[in-house]
Ligand binder design. Structure first.
Ligand SMILES: O=C([O-])C(=O)C[C@H](O)[C@@H](O)C(=O)[O-]
Length: 383
């Protein structure tokens, strides 16, 4: 079996009632965002296919896929995923490696079609339903999630819907005081019944602010504190100092694209407690699995960044991942995660659980009518 075709369908999404502040997504009843997306299809001469539907960072991903397609993907046996991964990782060594993930995930989907097995089965996964947490958009000033009361009400609603945890993204205009007030309201309203998390999304400008917020989270018994530092957590000295000051576990490395190799360095130097990983951004299921097992070898936890079927299958095989991140949720926003798929693979049941799709492959069908309707471009690379 040889790969003889790579196809990219570009389209745009429609995220209703959503706007941005400084590039951060917020509730906005008067705005619809239309970010770019794509479907990558890898096909063999006998017509076996694998698909990846991208929901973020389309331009750099597509540019990097083009960089490696002819030299490192076409003509290869699609079942040699790990060798293709190694070649693409090296070939993209002057970049952030964003192109590796889509190729790798499409190859896992193709392997599932070939073996008539789900990706979860190929990974040796056992869990078929996953615990979830609700993850919100950033604090807004538009009458949505706009302060402590609104967040506490929304968290109580999420608790009723069965979620095990609740995470919010802080104020996009960098307001540690507002973030702390929201944390206090959440702890007061639902803290005895839900795990609580804050994602500062690398917004805080000073070490002192990061420390002040962290101390508040310690007092309020938060489950984790995510990405406080403006540099994304690259300065290991600063993270190490903060980790030593706080009891609340630090979840880091979402914004660092050095794959399993960088993760090992940060764990060895104690410059994080928990690790964020993404099959989309960190080299696909192969890359995220390498990260998860690196973290496991340090006795610590990995938490997958947001969703998509690749993460459902991957998480079904991981011991050291606590929840599936369901988001970014808001009051009445239709976030884009189910767009481009038939049905709604990413939805929680009445107990707050998410079902891992059955196979083959990722177990989801592309909604070609949606892709067609919103198409912005089409590329076919043949070999
Ligand atoms: O963990 C999350 O929910 C996210 O990281 C969502 C976004 O990527 C946000 O945190 C950001 O923009 O850094």
């Amino acid at each position: 079996m040889r790969i003889n075709e790579i196809e990219i369908h570009a389209f745009d999404y429609a995220a209703e009632r959503t706007g941005t502040v400084g590039g951060n997504w917020v509730y906005d009843p008067d705005s619809t965002l239309e970010p770019p997306g794509f479907v990558l299809t890898i096909r063999t001469a006998d017509g076996t296919e694998g698909h990846y539907r991208g929901f973020a960072f389309t331009p750099p991903m597509v540019a990097q896929i083009r960089m490696v397609a002819e030299e490192h993907v076409l003509g290869r046996d699609p079942l040699e995923r790990r060798a293709i991964w190694q070649d693409c990782w090296r070939a993209l060594r002057h970049t952030d490696h964003l192109g590796v993930g889509p190729i790798d995930i499409a190859l896992w989907d193709l392997a599932g079609a070939h073996h008539d097995a789900s990706v979860s089965t190929l990974l040796g996964g056992g869990r078929d339903v996953l615990p979830t947490y609700a993850s919100t958009t950033f604090v807004d000033d538009n009458g949505g999630l706009d302060g402590p009361e609104a967040f506490a009400d929304f968290a109580a609603e999420c608790l009723d819907r069965g979620y095990d945890g609740f995470k919010f993204h802080g104020h996009p205009e960098v307001r540690p005081d507002v973030d702390i007030a929201i944390c206090e309201a959440l702890a007061d309203r639902v803290g005895d019944r839900m795990a609580l998390m804050l994602d500062a999304s690398s917004l805080y400008q000073t070490y002192a602010d990061a420390l002040e917020v962290g101390r508040a989270l310690d007092d309020l018994d938060f489950r984790w504190y995510e990405d406080p530092f403006h540099d994304g957590g690259v300065s290991e000295r600063a993270v190490r100092k903060l980790v030593a000051e706080l009891d609340t576990p630090m979840l880091g490395l979402e914004h660092v694209r050095t794959g399993p190799y960088g993760v090992a360095n940060s764990l060895a130097t104690e410059a994080t407690d928990l690790v964020r990983a993404s099959a989309h951004l960190d080299g696909g299921i192969t890359g995220a699995l390498k990260i998860a097992e690196t973290v496991e070898s340090f006795g610590l936890d990995v938490e997958l960044l947001l969703g998509g079927p690749a993460h459902m299958h991957l998480m079904s095989a991981l011991r050291n991942a606590s929840f599936f991140e369901h988001g970014l949720l808001n009051l009445g926003s239709n976030w884009i995660l189910n767009q481009g798929f038939e049905g709604e693979p990413e939805s929680v049941d009445d107990d707050g659980r998410m079902a891992v799709p059955g196979g083959p492959g990722l177990g989801v069908d592309i909604d070609w009518a949606f892709v067609e309707r919103r198409r912005t471009g089409h590329t076919r690379i043949e070999g």
